[in-house]
Design a protein around this ligand. Structure first.
Ligand SMILES: Cc1cc2nc3c(=O)[nH]c(=O)nc-3n(C[C@H](O)[C@H](O)[C@H](O)COP(=O)(O)OP(=O)(O)OC[C@H]3O[C@@H](n4cnc5c(N)ncnc54)[C@H](O)[C@@H]3O)c2cc1C
Length: 284
């Protein structure tokens, strides 16, 4: 049986192909595709390569939103978002090797939503949105509604991820990860924190992954938000200790399978991230 390899150059062409062949394998940077065993790929007879679709490389800034195309590589996104969405830029810089950062795309990362990947906690903390497009139009989903179950996303068979959207001018943000080999392995633990300073009183959003898929830590968010409003920009040491305990407890409640050593390391990473964000008080 032969293999068809499509390389559309316009979004319209790509969407037509996607609608006609919903069972085709979509690819963009191909970093994930290249690591798949031949047996896993042998079920596909059609491949749609999105890497030449010009519209997927676009970006624009609106009053409240920054939009970047799904074909943005990690390296390009790290530069483009460095001053406006620093938590996402830092997560992009933390990914894999330079080769993966140059070829791997934001759209691919979001489509895969791997449980221990760098990007998901940062996307959750900053309140990112995913733009999905089919031949009938586009829809925008908050990142929290994107992953329905582990390894299951809301992508419909006729849709392509065309862009990611990020709120502008939020406030200080940071991302930190722990991994066995920096810039080579997926993180064992990662934390992202963003202070939304656009609200009447600033709100602290916190998301983590401990290899379980990214999730928000709502109790820790409430604690940090209240502490921020009372303490100002310098977090006293006792706030850090209490925050550490809350994060550890939250992780224990989240999954009994997270070993104690991972919980404590994760709590330490969260405290470090909070301290960095908090002391960056110029933006508040
Ligand atoms: C050696 C190596 C090291 C890595 N290290 C890290 C790491 O440290 N941290 C980390 O987070 N990740 C890491 N990764 C994973 C990497 O981030 C992903 O492979 C990458 O983001 C996928 O993007 P891509 O464009 O290359 O996807 P592709 O391989 O092209 O496609 C992957 C999947 O995404 C889908 N897809 C791609 N684009 C779209 C789109 N626009 N719309 C809909 N579906 C789409 C495809 O259908 C396919 O199923 C590593 C990968 C490798 C190979």
């Amino acid at each position: 049986m032969g293999t068809d390899w499509f390389r559309p150059i316009s979004l319209e062409e790509a969407l037509e192909l996607r609608m006609t062949y919903p069972d085709a394998y979509l690819l963009c940077g191909a970093t994930h595709l290249m690591t798949q065993p031949r047996t896993a790929l042998s079920q596909y007879t059609r491949f749609i390569d999105l890497s030449r679709v010009e519209q997927l490389y676009g970006c624009h800034t609106e009053e409240c939103v920054i939009q970047v195309g799904a074909a943005f590589s990690y390296a390009r996104a790290a530069d483009f978002l460095a001053s406006t969405v620093p938590a996402v830029a830092q997560a992009c810089r933390s990914v894999g090797t330079p080769q993966v950062r140059n070829k791997g795309t934001l759209g691919g990362a979001v489509a895969l939503s791997l449980p221990n990947a760098d990007l998901p906690p940062a996307l959750l903390a900053v309140g990112a949105e995913v733009v999905l497009t089919s031949t009938v139009g586009s829809r925008v989903l908050p990142i929290e509604a994107w992953v329905c179950e582990p390894s299951q996303t809301s992508l419909q068979p006729d849709e392509i991820i065309t862009a990611l959207r990020f709120p502008r001018d939020q406030g200080p943000q940071a991302y930190h990860r722990l991994g066995r080999r920096a810039a080579f392995c997926f993180p064992e633990v990662a934390a992202a924190i963003a202070i939304d300073a656009t609200l009447p009183s600033p709100y602290v959003r916190i998301a983590m992954t401990v290899g379980t898929g990214a999730f928000r830590l709502l109790h820790a968010e409430q604690f940090a938000t209240e502490a921020l409003s009372m303490m100002g920009t310098e977090p006293p040491e006792e706030i850090g200790m209490e925050f550490y305990g809350i994060v550890e407890e939250t992780l224990a409640a989240h999954s009994a399978e997270i070993p104690e050593v991972v919980r404590t390391s994760a709590a330490a990473v969260a405290v470090r991230t909070l301290q960095e964000v908090w002391s960056d008080g110029d933006h508040l």
